[in-house]
Design a binder for this molecule. Sequence first.
Ligand SMILES: *Cc1c(COP(=O)(O)O)cnc(C)c1O
Length: 410
Amino acid sequence: MTTFADGTTSTTTADLIALDERWSTHNYHPLPVVIAEAEGPWVTDVDGRRYLDFLSGYSALNFGHRHPALVAAAIEQLGRVTLTSRAFHHDQLGRFCQELATLTGTEKVLPMNSGAEAVESALKVARKWAYRVKGIPDGTAEIVVAASNFHGRTTTIVSFSTDETARADFGPFTPGFVVVPYGDEAALAAAITERTAAVLLEPVQGEAGVIVPPPGYLGRARELCDEAGALLIADEIQSGLARTGPVLALDHEGVRADLYTLGKALGGGIVPVSAVAGRADVLGVLRPGEHGSTFGGNPLACAVGRAVVRLLETGEFQERAATLGAHLHARLGELVGHGVSEVRGRGLWAGVDLAPGGLSGRAASEALMARGVLCKETHGATLRVAPPLVISRDELDQGIDAIETVVRVR
Ligand SMILES: *Cc1c(COP(=O)(O)O)cnc(C)c1O
């Protein structure tokens, strides 16, 4: 049992895990650690053990746990107004949309809550745009997506997942999606027709194992969309907001999307905040009553989102992701051929494929946990490494040292 700063105490790790197991639905398989407190890149479990967070809530914690500027913005807003519904205006919404649009070089913002909702919103907007602007016959619009995609968990989104675990038993599925291999220009070109409303891509596929497409692929996707009069939708929910260096991962390629979906870090790890940001003429197809969300764009979410934008306006986190990311990739690269078969990624974000015959991803994650580093495997044998962008170089090295100890084979 541990006593915390506020005088509360906790029961044991085993008791709390048993409680989770008994009462919460088993739609996750967490590591056996029970977190009670966190600050910056560190979390503390109920027994007082500290760990470096090398997952960052799948990039929802790009600015670390409880970043002082974000907590201050949230507290300030808690003392003013937290929810109005969109039935009324409030004094944070317009400012949030303006500031986010300016940061991302876009014209309009549609705020939502979860990432999946932002993706759903972009799909609806693209379909309506296709019928009303492009002139595709009603009910025939197609959206081209990539294999191994991850865009969320709704029934429509899992309809075009290629991950059987995410999809099986959840049909009947939403039609209107065409799946092509990721990174394959020819396949993308062949899939786009006059019925294509949009191409939806992750600039880096996160859940798939931090897959960076071949150079030129995203630029070619832009050209193909232009030629066909289709929209390019970039899902930057995980890759965006400085994780790979620039505000948007597409910026690496000098490519602009028509719509961006943003989420995760947009809520600063405090509240769920997502958005579609993009062209005014495309988002402009929505009329009152056609789409919405009770909590979307609420004052608290907007205040936190504005504080996130202010952090990104300094450029500090973009710089940290680039510099620390180069260091991370240089060090992880040395493990290739020594227990690691491949390392991919961009910025402070890496997918580390464990060599066949060695540790499973789960076993490696558990061994890292025992050494005070939390990260999580994806697809069996890939470790996903995404420390908060506030981590120091020494802390980063400490985590990489642990990875090296766990996975290195001479
Ligand atoms: C996490 C994620 C989503 C879904 O976000 P939720 O907030 O979990 O609904 C969508 N797209 C990408 C690329 C993601 O990484």
